[in-house]
Design a protein around this ligand. Structure first.
Ligand SMILES: O=C(O)CCC(=O)C(=O)O
Length: 244
């Protein structure tokens, strides 16, 4: 654990192999197939060709619940974020195979840093690779950045030359500071890539977005620590809990 925390402090990200088992992966991929088949309008394409993403799979299936507080990553997530850890966002992304030339890389930061936090972490993002990812297919890439660089008012420009591509077998988890520069690298490939994207925040801060509606079974079921984790709903979830 200490080694992982030190690496994160120096680089702003961490790769953990073999988090999801083959059985878990099979269940998740089956649930994705089912959701895409039944609810295609919820899978928004965005501006990127071949990219489909839904923020609503928690509403159609319980298969994804266990990925959010997975026993193999939750202790790390809690150690990185600290005592006010809470849920912020959940989505599933499918990047389809691509026969054409890849589009330009869209480098970006999702959120600001939080300079007062020990790791300057406002939001932590967790990506699960649900398919094998290597240099020949679509992957996630990030600019390594130590915690001191994140304490500045103005983040430094993202330098693609400094960015590293992250590969891993299906079941790999990537944890990163959502304030770090990153991008999805799209390639000409016959292979589809599937990922889960989860954002964690602090219950002392405003919700990151209103994208994900958390079902009541998660928001209000579970034990005390689960209720605390889901205890700062975004506005969309709050309205559902209040009125339905
Ligand atoms: O991995 C990708 O395709 C893009 C991920 C991304 O940009 C994000 O998680 O904000």
């Amino acid at each position: 654990m200490e080694e992982n925390l030190d690496f994160f402090r120096d680089n702003g990200y961490l790769v953990v192999a073999d988090v999801l088992s083959p059985e878990e992966l099979a269940g998740l991929n089956e649930a994705i197939d089912c959701d895409r088949q039944l609810y295609p309008p919820l899978w928004r394409g965005g501006q990127e060709e071949g990219r489909f993403q839904s923020v609503s799979p928690l509403l159609s299936s319980r298969a994804f619940d266990g990925t959010i507080r997975h026993a193999k990553v939750l202790p790390l997530v809690a150690a990185l974020m600290g005592p006010k850890l809470c849920f912020d966002e959940f989505s599933v992304m499918v990047r389809e195979s691509l026969a054409d030339e890849p589009p330009p890389v869209g480098w970006h930061r999702d959120t600001a840093h939080w300079p007062e936090h020990p790791l300057a972490l406002k939001n932590l993002s967790l990506i699960y690779y649900l398919t094998d990812v290597d240099a020949k297919n679509h992957c996630f890439a990030i600019m390594p950045e130590g915690v001191e660089a994140k304490r500045t008012e103005q983040p430094e420009p993202i330098d693609p030359e400094r960015c590293v591509e992250l590969y891993g077998r299906a079941g790999t988890a990537i944890l990163f500071n959502a304030g770090s520069g990153h991008a999805g690298i799209v390639r000409t490939t016959e292979q589809e890539r599937r990922t889960i994207h989860i954002y964690y925040g602090h219950s002392s801060q405003a919700a990151l977005s209103n994208h994900t509606i958390v079902p009541r079974r998660l928001a209000q079921g579970g034990d005390e620590s689960s209720r605390a984790f889901y205890g700062r709903p975004n506005l969309a979830t709050q309205l559902v809990l209040d009125n339905f």
